[in-house]
Design a protein around this ligand. Sequence first.
Ligand code: ARG
Ligand code: GLU
Length: 681
Amino acid sequence: MIKRLILSAMACLAIATTFADEGMWLPTHIKERIKDMRKMGFKLKADDIYSADKPSLKDAVVQFGGGCTGEFISDQGLLLTNHHCGYSSIQKLSSVEHDYLTYGYWAKSMEEELPVPGLTVSLLVSMEDVTERLANGENSADIIATATKGEGCQASIESQYYGNQHVLYVYQTYRDVRLVGAPPSSIGKFGGDTDNWMWPRHTGDFSIFRVYAGSDNQPADYSKENIPYHPKRHFKISTKGVQEGDFTMIYGFPGNTQEYVISDAVEYVANVSNPMKIALRTQRLETITEAQAKDPAVRIAYAAKHANIANAWKKWQGESLGLERLGTIEKKQRYEADFAAWAAEKPQYATLLDSMRAAYTNTAKGYFVRELFNESVGAIEAYGIARRLRNAAQEMSEEELQATHKKLLTDYNQQIDRTIATQMLTEFMARMPKEYIPQALTDGIDSRGGIKEYTDSLYNNTKILGTALPDKEQLLADPMLEFEKLFNDIVRKNSAYAYRNISNVPAIEKWYKTYMQALREWDSDRAFYPDANFTLRVAYGTVCGYENVDGEYHTHLSTLDGVIAKENPEIYDYDIPQALRDTYKNKSYGQWSIDKNGKPTVPVCFLASNHTSGGNSGSPVINGKGELVGINFDRTWRSTMSDIEFDPTICRNISVDIRYVLFIVDRIGHAQYLLNELGVN
Ligand code: ARG
Ligand code: GLU
């Protein structure tokens, strides 16, 4: 049985190595991967990617704004990331008179670069395996305290392989980051939610920032006196483009994968969690979409919210379908049966799977309650506003409180929220295990004669959704704050389940430490990489298309002709700037022109087989020579189960071709200042 399993794994590997590779490796793993990488076309050495004591490509990669990745492209701290990663910064700097979201922004000199209050960029200074130090009794707080001596330094010890390895990460955070360039949203978000997670794709998903430092190159608060940060390394851009089969590597900060979880966890995700979350979000999205269609102001006010809700909603659907198609649950069950047969004779492992299954059984309800609460009551905007106001009332002066209130109501639409509140309370009442439903809520609904009546009375009587906020005393007695308080108990109980995935709840996670050790003994041919957890990773693969459905091959490159074929001024997601139409009409592509079937066009996006996840947005896509050829921004819809099972035949990451980025900077932005700095004019 085991033999057969290994054989089929090898057969898969044999196909896989020709065009794909699963895995998100720690930079320190590269020494073990480099042979494989070189076979696939990588030309540099392991310590070019990561070195503990000399500058390496890792010094050119940053964590951008908390959840994304970015990369330096000049020795003057010029930084690339996605448009969707820079979106909230661009929005913050925009006003009706200066609408950079709609029209884009191109600084013409350093003086015109716009500081973004609150935006930070973190550089990895060092990483060190401290597993032994901890085992020898050193205290983790002491290790962290010693590591964070430098200006703007933070450190954390992250567990890899479910607690089998502990790695100390030291970061330096720069806090003067300025907007340098952004395309109009009609380019940066082209395709919108319609094309999100899809191929073919035609999105110019990039934005440009610059990191500033004090005169000593160290992090500093914003000041006019600050100077551009000099990174130890920056990426050289290649404008030669990519061909199918070319090596590519992604260097970035993926957030969350769970490749080693047992079938019970996959069953929870596929049969319990995803269906609930999808169903509830479908209703919210319908409500918002309908309101947006009626009123252009609402469309704008709810654009970012809609995009956020829809992004995960669409991903979960792809993920569930993918798990189904791959038969992941059954596959894992077979794997576990084989493992159990082997473990039966090993006293330390014999009962392990039983213990794990029992832990899932005991935890599933609590975790579901948390997820259901977040997606239902937690999705009611007025609930969130009430919660924030209650906290703010404790900490803030009357004046600050008023300002907070005003901010909370920016882009808020009461009619939408009221409808969603009725929908979400209906779901909450129907799906929540009885013992978690507050009695006062049941009574309130009964006494008003129904959920809609209850919601209406709540929204009709609250004062927190109007422009004038009542004083603190009245505020605390407001019906919406009373409503918010009803869930205190459930929120408190929830905190015991506040972990990334069900498998990370301590009662379950503790077993995975042993399970990982056992798997390494038993499945000794498998290459184990730790699950993503927002620490720096390297993924590598090749540029390639895939068979989307039987008989339909999706090629690796999209071009401007596809943008033009889709564009339509009547459709919000597919409108483009007139300048782009004109450029197409005149074929004034300059050096960015490529030949496709004998006609000139411009490359836009490309596919590759790198194993990526959320958080890899903005990651540099690197060719065999270590040069930048693109910016990662998405996966195809059929790939999204790769957070649980990676299938090399179908999983593809989507990148914007660096030549499209430069074409837009040049032909649409006319940003000569940037082209000069990049040396590509
Ligand atoms: N799917 C990509 C990611 O997960 C892009 C999301 C932003 N784009 C959008 N249309 N919502 O972040
Ligand atoms: N768009 C995602 C992000 O923001 C990356 C796509 C993915 O999940 O692979 O991180």
